[in-house]
Design a protein. Structure first.
Length: 279
């Protein structure tokens, strides 16, 4: 099953690369369609799973297990927590809702344009203070298409991924900036900055999986056209023959200081009002 593979595979943390040639100012602007089909919605992540990504990017020697991440659901929001045991480790918590072969309404997974949106809230303001254990690295939103048998396109064991990365490490110069992942896992600076606070923020991502291009992102009502930017492709030679789409709610705690994880950081992210739509 693809879900079993997801427990060990996720987008790693990499150095930020600022792309300046991926977009074309003369490209036609995205115009929202008159109708769309809601494929899935959730107010609080009930029915979602969580998996650990241990030692993101291979930068530490620290071990982790499935018990080092957690997902819980309150009445009107869900919580995804990285390093839930507060130990000397570095682990990302990847909350996932998987659609295998078809969606809840019975329609088969197909190529085309999808919109994924949710609201996100931070439990506290990040601080460049090692005595504050609750500190983040980033929050992720991702749509991941897997075609393990080339049923929809010649994927050849590669995923097509559209992902937003909100940089939250208070020690980094990118603090508060919004990026998307593109070719070779590079991070493209969208030009949007949200100064971290304790309010709810609305994230929306639109991507075309037929052309394997981004369409746009909208953050708190501010839309950025991304029509000429490639989706990220990631190889998974050991995954199965399924066709699946995964949407993620990922929480990452701050880098723990050194390769031995001498500083303990944990991080919880609140999510609500998840919607996944086929345009």
């Amino acid at each position: 099953m693809l879900l079993n593979k997801l427990s060990t595979v996720a987008i790693p943390l990499i150095f930020l690369i600022y792309l300046t040639t991926c977009s074309d100012a003369n490209a036609p602007k995205y115009i929202a369609p008159a109708s769309a089909i809601t494929l899935y919605s959730s107010s609080n992540l009930i029915g979602h799973t969580v998996n650990p990504e241990c030692n993101p990017g291979g930068t530490t020697s620290c071990e982790c297990t499935a018990s080092d991440v957690a997902l819980s659901s309150n009445a009107d929001y869900g919580i995804v927590t990285a390093n839930s045991n507060e130990t000397n480790t570095w682990v990302n918590a990847i909350g996932t809702k998987q659609f295998l072969e078809s969606f809840p309404n019975g329609t088969n997974i197909s190529l085309g344009t999808y919109k994924y949106s949710y609201q996100v809230k931070l439990p506290n303001t990040p601080l460049a203070d090692i005595t504050q254990r609750s500190n983040p690295q980033a929050v992720h939103l991702m749509i991941q298409l897997w075609d393990g048998r080339n049923a929809l396109w010649n994927a050849n064991k590669w995923t097509a991924e559209a992902a937003i990365y909100w940089s939250l490490n208070p020690w980094e110069s990118t603090y508060g900036k919004l990026f998307i992942y593109t070719t070779n896992l590079q991070l493209y600076n969208t030009g949007i900055t949200i100064t971290p606070d304790n309010q709810w923020h609305t994230f929306e991502l639109i991507a075309n999986f037929e052309t394997r291009k981004y369409v746009s992102i909208t953050i708190d009502g501010q839309t950025i056209d991304l029509t000429n930017i490639d989706l990220c492709l990631v190889e998974h030679t050991d995954w199965g023959n399924e066709v699946a789409i995964n949407i993620t709610t990922e929480s990452e705690s701050t880098y723990p200081g050194d390769a031995t994880c001498s500083t303990i950081f944990t991080w919880s992210t609140y999510f609500r009002n998840i919607q996944f739509i086929k345009i």
